[in-house]
Write a protein that binds this ligand. Sequence first.
Ligand code: FAD
Length: 286
Amino acid sequence: MKISELLAQDKITLSFEVFPPKKAERFEAVKTAAEDIAELHPSFMSITYGAGGSTAGFTAELAADLKKDTGVPVMPHLTCVGSSKEHTDRMIAQYRCENIENIMVLRGDMPASGEAETDFTHASDLIAYIKKQADLCIGGACYPEGHIESYNKNQDLRNLRTKVEAGCDFLTTQMFFDNNIFYNFLYRAREAGIRVPILPGIMPITNAKQLDRSVALSGTNVPERFRAIVDTFRDNPAAMKQAGIVYASEQIIDLIANGIKHIHVYSMNKPDVAKGIMDNLSEIIK
Ligand code: FAD
């Protein structure tokens, strides 16, 4: 099923994200975790693409297996970095054969080596290229706090509009820990003429190191309220995990209470975390 069709229904959707392994020997373990998450009946699952295209084969295989074995709609990611036109053509042909109807298209980041093949500069270039040759529902990324490389937020929004005009059917945000940042972004995006669905991306933080790493990579603002929680529980892993699941669940409940129907969760191959969130929302998203 196309995600655009799911998002057009008057129903709450909750989707989960998994990432493929870097090495073949980890594939079965990752697949088992992804299947456990699929058993929670998310609206769809997305499968990320390793930096520089390092996991191309595993992303495609995991997406195909999940669709075939669980029936959950899937959305493999693809990045400009690591993608020539020929590589893109091959991936799209494969997804067509497997009846995969959704793809998340990103620019990606250059690997540390600084070497990666690419025929596309911005995500919008790859989106336009794919849109011309395949009837896929295409997702793209957006940044409520501005992309880390962008000159300013208005320029970032103009670039985002170009991405949508290139053929992006919906957007998913980078993580944020303060919902007001999302509400403000949504307002500005609509003012800028961006009309496609925008899914807030919620990252349950279950250990303090994960927060430090995520913030260093994305520059995401950490509100005092959340900082206090992480500082209090950082040396107590079980308590930190519980607090992280509750904080993410509260963010989702607040979003739903403010009229946001479609939410994406960065579940990071953790079925217990995904289940904790589902349990906390069981009556709300029934
Ligand atoms: P773009 O849309 O190309 O934007 C990148 C920068 O270029 C921005 O500053 C933008 O303002 C600017 N820009 C865009 N278009 C133009 C233009 N036409 N002219 C001038 N400037 C322009 N990375 C992975 O490697 N694998 C993944 O699976 C993955 N999944 C992600 C999923 C989500 C939901 C998000 C939010 C991010 C994901 N990323 C992933 C990270 C992403 O690849 C990086 O954040 C990357 O730096 C930007 O990707 P983008 O698609 O937003 O790029």
